[in-house]
Design a protein around this ligand. Structure first.
Ligand code: 5GP
Length: 120
């Protein structure tokens, strides 16, 4: 059977340590690592280790509620670890109009500079 194109992404290789990444936090469920193309002095991606169909937030189901909460809480822990006492921004891009490029749910944690609104 054909494998759906979104079933594997570069993040699987990062989770499996098949390609290197700069990991800042890891536990059984969650991995956080520095974005390869940072848009702020601190730019970290927070992802579930098991995708379970969660290619983006728009595909979330009731069963994902616990991991969604865990990802958001991890963002808070990492923000503290990174010394972002002056504030930070959380972003989830979804789908083409959202600017999503990797179809494995991820939270962007951005900090270390003034963020602007609207983001554009
Ligand atoms: P999206 O555009 O889907 O919201 O975010 C995907 C993010 O993944 C982008 O910010 C991009 O720079 C980052 N990214 C893509 N490939 C890699 C990689 O191989 N390593 C790391 N660390 N980040 C990556």
């Amino acid at each position: 059977a054909a494998v759906p194109s979104h079933s594997h992404t570069i993040f699987d290789k990062i989770i499996n340590k098949e390609i290197p990444s700069n990991v800042v936090y890891e536990d059984d469920e969650v991995l956080a690592f520095r974005d390869i193309d940072p848009q702020a002095p601190t730019h970290i991606l927070i992802i579930p280790k098991v995708k379970d169909g969660l290619i983006g937030l728009s595909k979330a189901e009731e069963r994902h509620c616990e991991i969604l909460g865990r990802l958001l809480y991890t963002a808070k822990l990492v923000a503290k670890q990174e010394g972002l006492e002056q504030g930070f921004r959380i972003v989830i891009n979804d789908g083409p109009n959202g600017g999503q490029s990797v179809y494995h749910l991820h939270i962007h944690l951005l900090g270390g500079r003034q963020m602007n609104w609207p983001p554009g």
